[in-house]
Design a protein around this ligand. Structure first.
Ligand code: BGC
Length: 741
């Protein structure tokens, strides 16, 4: 139905009606304004499938929907088209159910493998998570269904999630934890942002004007609705002032009353309420597609198409996989009821999930000896010895991956490890199928010939797994996160989940592969890793700072898809930077023997780092290396590109300015002589040194470069406080002159 513009409706509304709009109606709706013929909009979880809850006979129940791969799985496709395919599929369910906004995707960083909701998040890499989320959000919204990106921001753990303060310095805050939001919000313009439960450096996200207004709206240009996470609001008036438009779910009128009281007391201006109500109205009155029933079978086909691209072949030696059709195998573990999703608000109710991997495998061979976990180790060992070839199903239980709690350990359950030890020792050719939504320790990895990570791939997990095991589908997923060797190796080991209500992000920007590579810590499976049943060759790499181009050839005998990754390295960093930062990727499908020339764009922004002095991102001018690889640890070629830098930061010279900063910044050139006269004692201003000028070639300059101006009164007997003042004035005059040009 077409409505008047939000502004026109707002003009007709009373103040209490507007305040009412800023509070949810029940668990899932915005309020309508009956008097004006405006109905509320429905919002529903979640990122991996629709979770529409309905009240029937006084009880909540959830309508069945299509269950897609969870975020960690979807990310492993490294295919933006698959992200879009998943979003399109969920959007169809949303349209059929009359849902206006889907609550997702979640783009929080995987700071620790232990976070209970890691299965709901894409990656440990901000560029990847942001660019991948943008594809998902754009597709969802092209269907007329709004997307609500979450949880904004720095929500990286479940422990004490309603109160914990993520204590994080400015650089990791912007570069690591806000970046994915920034990329996705600017590229895809989601209709809504869900702020997070936690505090950031002591301040509730819901009450942070800096976060919700200065950064999100003013700097990034976000125009949609900011809603609270469910019952995240701590102080309704403070959150309204900060920029939180909609409190969810309903506060049963208390939020509205706080707002009205603050207005009556003159504590806030009505324009604040208008601003929030206008945004909620715009979302609620947006024209949405009319409901169309979904074709359930077609939805399942879409779920299967996505699942096929998301599984990761972690290891494959001695031709262990694919299995031959009709082959005799022992299948051990929970193969009849494979996990396919995580637990919590993203849990989808599926009519008839095809999660029986045993039944799916029987489509390819009738020669299976099945030993379920409950039959015990002796039976499993007996079957392993008798069959030789074993497919052992291992993974995390649902209780390890759910919203509201973090894992305490990265280990698989003890009973599974015992089973694995016994079976792997007995089997001639062991294959492990691993089902979980986040990294686990794999102490037995060297004792298996092959390992397939299914992740939690939604309702088609079992079908896709069987197809890959028997070579019907060639695996093409790669990890969008690192599998470390052990929990003790992880960057946040000493600071996760923090102490009481404080969690110090002491590792700074070094999370995931950025940390393991910098510290040269061996990992089990690196970021970007994933194998195929075919092989690919990379050649003819060329490019510049804006794009790399290369030829990728399928050198094997099966059709397959390769994920090509581009990493950036700053060759002369001003600040500590990781050895590699992902800056581009693409997935290319190739028939046997086929080759394609692919071009991967590299945005200028990827070269920058967050400069805490400048309070903004900054790109150093000079050389950078772009490397192209099949994973972060399998680099196939590199080129050096020259990047034009940002104008140097405008920092006025003062008593604590370093000599180095004046020498390296050309805008101070007219004042260098006086600066040098202040800093350098006459004894060091020899003709030989002077001939080299006030440059880094001059040994006297080099010797003093790490000293600040005020120290000259100690090191240079000719320097006086007056000379220091004159030097400061001369430098700042030079700076102003340069800035005017
Ligand atoms: C979760 C959100 C979810 C909301 C509604 C909250 O507990 O953190 O991700 O969208 O509930 O179910």
């Amino acid at each position: 139905m077409k409505h008047l513009p939000a502004e026109a409706i707002l003009d007709k509304m009373t103040t209490p009606e507007k305040a009412n709009l800023c509070d949810g109606e029940g668990s899932w709706h915005t309020h309508g304004v009956e008097r004006l013929g405006i109905s509320g909009a429905m919002m529903t979880d979640g990122p991996h499938g629709l979770r529409k809850m309905v009240m029937k006979d006084g009880k909540w129940s959830t309508n069945a929907a299509t269950c897609m791969p969870t975020a960690s799985a979807l990310a492993a496709s490294w295919n933006r088209e698959i992200a879009a395919h998943a979003a399109n599929t969920i959007a169809k369910d949303a349209i059929a159910e009359g849902v206006a906004v889907v609550l997702g995707p979640g783009v929080n960083m995987k700071r620790s493998p232990l976070c209970g909701r890691n299965f709901e998040y894409f990656s440990e890499d901000p560029y990847f998570a942001g660019s991948f989320a943008a594809a998902y959000i754009s597709a969802m919204q092209q269907n007329g269904v709004g997307s609500c990106i979450k949880h904004f921001a720095v929500n990286n753990q479940e422990t004490r999630r309603f109160t914990v303060s993520a204590n994080v310095a400015a650089r990791p805050l912007h570069e690591t934890y806000l970046r994915a939001f920034e990329i996705a919000i600017q590229a895809a313009k989601p209709e809504a942002v869900m702020e997070s439960y936690n505090r950031i450096n002591g301040k509730h996200a819901a009450e942070s004007r800096w976060l919700l207004d200065d950064l999100l709206r003013k700097k990034w240009g976000f125009e949609g609705v900011v809603m609270s996470d469910w019952d995240a609001v701590n102080d309704r008036v403070a959150s309204l002032e900060a920029g939180l438009d909609l409190e969810m779910p309903t506060s049963h009128g208390s939020g509205r009353d706080y707002i009205l009281a603050a207005l009556a007391d003159g504590k806030i201006d009505e324009s604040l309420l208008d601003r929030a109500a206008r945004r909620v109205l715009a979302l609620a009155t947006k024209e949405r597609p009319a409901p169309v029933p979904v074709d359930r079978a077609a939805q399942h086909v879409a779920a299967l198409a996505c699942a096929r691209e998301c599984m990761v072949l972690l290891k494959n030696e001695k031709g262990a996989l694919p299995l031959a059709k009709g082959e005799r195998i022992a299948v051990i573990g929970e193969a009849e009821a494979l996990r396919y999703q995580g637990s919590g608000s993203s849990k989808v109710v599926v009519d008839s999930p095809a999660n029986n991997a045993l039944a799916e495998m029987k489509k390819y061979t009738d020669n299976i000896t099945y030993v379920p976990f409950a039959d015990g180790i002796d039976a499993a060992v007996g079957a392993a010895k008798a069959c030789g070839k074993v497919v052992l199903f291992l993974g995390l239980p649902e209780s390890a991956e759910f919203e509201g709690a973090d894992r305490k350990t990265m280990a698989l359950p003890k009973e599974q490890l015992e089973l694995a030890d016994a079976v792997l020792a007995a089997a001639a050719q062991p294959v492990v199928v691993l089902t979980c939504g986040a990294p686990v320790e794999l102490p037995f990895a060297d004792r298996t010939d092959a390992m397939l990570l299914t992740y939690l791939c939604g309702e088609a997990t079992a079908e896709a797994a069987a197809e890959i095991l028997f070579g019907e589908t060639n695996p093409s997923g790669k990890l969008a996160e690192t599998f470390p060797m052990r929990l003790e190796d992880t960057p946040s080991y000493f600071n996760f989940p923090g102490t009481f209500d404080n969690c110090d992000y002491a590792e700074g920007i070094y999370i995931g592969y950025r940390y393991y590579e910098k510290k040269k810590i061996p990992v089990r499976f690196p970021f970007g890793h994933g194998l195929s049943y075919t092989t690919f060759a990379y050649s003819n790499l060329a490019g510049d700072e804006n794009a790399v181009t290369l030829t990728v050839k399928n050198t094997g005998s099966r059709a397959g898809s390769e994920v090509v990754q581009v990493y950036m390295h700053d060759n002369a960093p001003y600040v500590s930077r990781p050895p590699k930062e992902l800056c581009g990727y693409t997935k290319v499908a190739l028939a046997p023997g086929e080759e394609k020339r692919v071009t991967i764009p590299v945005e200028r922004r990827v070269y920058s780092f967050y400069d805490e002095v400048r309070g903004d991102f900054y790109t150093r001018g000079g050389d950078y290396t772009l490397s192209v690889g099949a994973s972060s640890a399998d680099i196939r070629g590199e080129i050096v590109v020259c990047v034009h830098g940002d104008a140097p930061k405008t920092v006025r010279v003062h008593r604590n300015t370093y000599f180095r900063d004046v020498i390296l910044d050309d805008r101070y050139a007219p004042a260098r002589d006086i600066f040098a006269a202040a800093m350098l004692p006459r004894s060091e201003r020899t003709p030989e040194n002077e001939a080299l000028g006030n440059t880094m070639d001059n040994p006297a300059v080099r010797r003093r470069m790490h000293y600040v101006l005020r120290q000259a009164v100690y090191s240079n007997p000719d320097c006086s406080e007056t000379l220091i003042e004159e030097t400061i004035a001369a430098c700042n005059a030079a700076l102003e002159g340069a800035d005017k040009q």
